[in-house]
Design a protein around this ligand. Structure first.
Ligand code: PAF
Length: 281
């Protein structure tokens, strides 16, 4: 695995590979790698000659500076994890490398970046779009892989490629869960033992809600999920919305759309976790 910190060096290395007609799969991360990230690397290896992984904790996507400072950074462990899978190039740029000067570009995502996570983390998707567009411009991969835990991010990045006029194929990969159902997330490692025991209620409640949707209407399911989770003294639901999986607009009737997803954000102590689940009613 080649470790590169510098854009020019990376561009040179990729040009070399592309001149040999090699296809490039990209996995963008903020580090603190877990099985969810590694599943993206495995997927990228199935359909590309070369796999590039980036680790960069992107400051512009954090609406809360405390969240940015707390974000886990364990680069040497990450390198060890990546050595166990096939990662050809690891790109670990500095902040100066990615933002040599202020980047004022803005992308118009309509309502997509203003609802759900966008409503509660203002500016978050603006920062995600900025950094992802920079990585796409530098690396120009054939395919880029993202986890569906950040489902809204995947929808926005697909939109971003259209706005950029790019042919990069965005591949959405399923959420990877711990044995008790908790969606894998780098932030899980910040939980205390007690918090960790309690957060499994989130995914367990979503799974039950999917079953209950056969008998209850949308509003009843929403209320049930929120009160079930809020009844746990450790957990505090920020939002739970059931939305159409393309427009991400809320639905009010199961018949309204074919593909529905329940999105949730929950606070536990000073950690905020998100999850989502498909509804089939
Ligand atoms: O999903 C993430 O980890 C980040 O939002 C991403 C895509 C690496 C951009 O910083």
């Amino acid at each position: 695995m080649k470790i590169i910190e510098n854009k020019e060096e990376l561009i040179g290395a990729i040009a070399n590979l592309k001149s040999n007609n090699k296809s490039v799969g990209l996995v963008l991360t903020m580090g603190a790698l877990h099985e969810g990230h590694l599943s993206l690397v495995h997927e990228a290896n199935k359909n590309n000659d070369i796999v590039i992984v980036s680790i960069f904790v992107n400051p512009t996507q954090f609406n809360d500076p405390k969240d940015y400072n707390r974000y886990p950074r364990i680069l040497s462990d990450d390198i060890e994890e990546l050595k166990k899978v096939k990662c050809d190039i690891l790109f670990i740029p500095s902040e100066k490398e990615m933002y040599p000067h202020e980047d004022k570009r803005e992308f118009d995502f309509g309502n997509l970046d203003k609802i759900l996570e966008g409503k509660y983390r203002p500016g978050h998707f603006k920062g995600v779009a900025l950094i992802v567009s920079k990585f796409f411009e530098i690396i120009k991969p054939d395919k880029a892989y993202f986890g569906e835990k950040d489902f809204q991010q995947v929808v926005i990045i697909k939109h971003l490629t259209k706005l950029m006029g790019s042919s990069i194929e965005i591949i959405a990969c399923p959420i990877i869960r711990e044995s008790d159902g908790l969606a894998m997330s780098s932030r899980n490692m910040l939980l205390s033992k007690e918090e960790r025991e309690n957060v499994s209620l989130i995914s367990q409640t979503l799974l039950k809600a999917r079953k209950m949707a056969k008998e209850l209407n949308v509003k009843q399911v929403k209320n049930w999920v929120i009160s079930k989770i809020n009844n746990n003294p450790f957990l505090n639901v920020e939002y739970f919305e059931i939305v159409d999986d393309k427009s991400l607009e809320s639905i009010f009737d199961w018949e309204q759309q074919n593909y529905k997803i329940g999105f949730i954000a929950v606070h536990i102590g000073n950690i905020r976790l998100i999850d989502n689940i498909r509804f089939y009613s």
